[in-house]
Design a protein around this ligand. Structure first.
Ligand SMILES: [Zn+2]
Ligand SMILES: [Zn+2]
Length: 134
């Protein structure tokens, strides 16, 4: 099995496997498993192709900068783990837009970024008794 994987297909594979938003560094690292010659310029070029095709969207994350995720997601929010520095997708939304703002404001959209410790880091750190309170 030595067939060459195209860079675009490699990027698509990463997003299908990961199911969470990814930054360029992560995409680069994982993409090199498929395509050794991948570099930052080719990653950016293919991200743009996938965004233009409506397959990916760019998120400006307050802690992590630009992240990319699939467009086939329903409304959701993101969790940033401050230990492993990864972003995760949290399914669903508990915010009720119709009673969040005072009378007279018409809320049309919102964005929430949560942060803390992810389950796998919690396991790791609680085993070594290193969970630090916020
Ligand atoms: Zn973590
Ligand atoms: Zn929401």
């Amino acid at each position: 099995m030595k067939r060459k994987t195209s860079q675009k297909i490699a990027l698509e594979q990463i997003f299908i496997q990961q199911e969470r938003p990814l930054g360029v560094e992560e995409i680069l690292q994982q993409g090199r498993k498929f395509v050794k010659s991948l570099n930052q310029a080719t990653v950016y070029r293919n991200l743009k192709i996938l965004i233009d095709a409506g397959w990916l969207r760019k998120i400006s994350h307050p802690f992590l900068g630009n992240l990319y995720e699939r467009t086939n997601r329903v409304h959701h929010h993101h969790f940033h783990c401050r230990k492993c520095n990864k972003a995760f997708e949290l399914p669903g939304c508990a915010l009720k837009e119709d009673n969040i703002a005072p009378e007279g404001f018409i809320v049309e959209d919102h964005e929430i970024f949560l942060s803390g410790i992810c389950p796998s880091c919690f396991k790791k750190y609680s085993n070594s008794q290193q969970v630090t309170p916020h």
